[in-house]
Ligand binder design. Structure first.
Ligand code: NAD
Length: 456
């Protein structure tokens, strides 16, 4: 079978027990930082070649988050990896009970292209931190970043410990024909379902970080200038190719007109297209996505933007208004710089409509009335979200990051990431000196009475 060599090398290395040595893990995490730092220029160059991403954004949305996560892990790893003593109940007295963290073993990480470094390295390094070995398969759609990741990792880490495999669907399928102890996938819901199926054959646990249509509520008491500023930044970062980007806006009718004006003003302020492309605006990753996105721009509903620079695969930040749930743009995750705005007059009605859609990865609410904000939080199910800002919640490592329903299975970041790649083994230790007769046959009424007293 293809890739048997690397899979077997990782199995053997895991069985050697070295990955369970915390000193080994910490030294490998330090090495990973050194390797990334030494190759930063190449990493910046590759991502720029893939979709024109600036150094600033690559640092703040990719490398910076990776360094931050390693720092946090190194600080807590000893505690996270230590067995924990827990109380022993009366039925099991006398005894000592422990929860012992244990790595799962050999992990496969499959990455997405839109934040190629972060979405590949964050899960991979967390799996390593928990004591696993990792095969990483980045997305072939961002070919330059996939290549540079392969080179720098495979030159610096042993094949049996951390290895990158380049490729697309056939290569992923070959990898999936092997048995892994864990598969961590980031990508679309459609492919996530295929990964889940393939994993089920080996009863391999999965974490699926998927997408969806993340709503953004703008309530009538939200200060419009700052609300527009924050939404425009979050939506058009990476040209909307962000899994947690605000997908569409639900604004209260009474402020719709003023809010649309503020959105347009803010777009012009953040992205000055007067000459050529602004340096901080990325292009659409490939022709397929570009073609898909331009079909979603209904020119009769364009409020602002709508211009397309085909030879550069650029769609300028676009606001659509007078949108309804029946429009094509509301039927799929947009994943691009097109922002539909739907107005509403009754919060309960709009919540009923949103609840009919699949559970989204994120939800954002802008407004000051705590009762109404909490009503949205408590009525809708979503992976995670924010009040009065967007996207940034995922940078807090104390918040588990993941979806729910069609937007994902499982979570990671910080301790939640460590848990994702860890089996918690329960062990109860008993002494020989105490041997009560209750549990043994022959069963008697007096034995049952004592057991009932203990249990009830
Ligand atoms: P994708 O599902 O097309 O690809 C993801 C990975 O799966 C790639 O490595 C690809 O090579 C592989 N793949 C593709 N088709 C496959 C198949 N038929 N069989 C096996 N493997 C296959 O997703 P994408 O286009 O890279 O990313 C966009 C999607 O990912 C969006 O829906 C977005 O919301 C979601 N996403 C989610 C997160 C998150 O953290 N939840 C982050 C980024 C992107």
């Amino acid at each position: 079978m293809l890739y048997s060599d690397v899979v077997n090398a990782q199995r053997d290395f895991y069985q050697s027990g070295q990955t369970k040595d915390i000193h080994f893990t910490l030294s490998q995490l330090t090495k990973l930082i050194q390797v990334l730092k030494a190759n930063e220029a190449r990493l910046y160059e590759a991502i720029n070649a893939d979709f024109g991403k600036s150094i600033f954004e690559t640092y703040t949305t990719e490398l910076g988050l990776i360094y931050h996560e390693i720092k946090l892990i190194k600080h807590h790893l000893k505690k996270w990896r230590s067995p924990k003593r827990v109380p022993t109940d009366l039925a099991n007295w006398p005894g000592k009970s422990y929860i012992i963290p244990e790595p799962l073993g050999n992990v496969l990480v499959i990455g997405a292209w839109n934040y190629p470094y972060q979405l590949s390295f964050l899960p991979a390094l967390t799996a390593l931190a928990a004591g696993n070995t990792v095969i990483l398969k980045p997305s072939e759609i961002a070919g330059h970043t996939s290549k540079v990741m392969t080179q720098i990792i495979n030159q610096n880490f042993s094949k049996g410990y951390f290895h990158v495999v380049e490729g697309g669907v056939p290569e992923t399928n070959s990898l999936l024909s092997h048995r892994f102890d864990k598969i961590f996938f980031t990508g679309s819901t459609r492919v996530g379902q295929l990964i889940y199926e393939a994993a089920a054959k080996h009863l391999t646990p999965v974490t699926l970080e998927l997408g969806g249509k993340s709503p953004t509520f703008v309530l009538k008491d939200a200060p419009l200038k700052i609300t527009a500023k924050r939404i425009v930044w979050a939506k058009f970062l990476n040209a909307g190719q962000t899994c947690v980007a605000p997908d569409y806006i639900l604004v209260e009718k009474s402020i719709e007109k003023d809010f649309l004006k503020e959105l347009a003003t803010e777009i012009d302020r953040q992205f000055s297209f007067k000459e050529n492309l602004p340096p901080n605006y990325v292009r659409i990753i490939n022709q397929n996505n570009f073609n898909r996105l331009i079909q979603l721009v209904n020119h009769e509903k364009v409020y602002h933007g709508g211009q397309i620079i085909s030879h550069l695969k650029v769609i300028k930040p676009t606001i659509l208004h007078k949108v309804s749930f029946e429009d094509a743009v509301m039927k799929e995750e947009i994943f691009g710089p097109v922002l539909p705005v739907i107005s509403f007059t009754d919060l309960d009605n709009i919540l009923t409509q949103v609840k009919k859609l699949s559970k989204p990865l994120a939800c954002y609410i802008y407004g000051k009335n705590k009762k109404r904000v909490d009503k949205i939080i408590n009525n809708l199910s979503f992976g995670g979200g924010m009040v009065n800002d967007s996207v940034l919640y995922l940078t807090n490592p104390n918040l588990p990051f993941g979806g729910v329903g069609f937007s994902g299975v499982g979570a990671y970041h910080g301790k939640a990431g460590f848990d994702t790649f860890t089996h918690y083994k329960s062990v109860l230790k008993k002494p020989f000196w105490f041997e009560p007769p209750f549990k043994y046959p022959p069963y008697k009424a007096w034995k049952l009475k004592i057991l009932k007293w203990i249990f009830e």
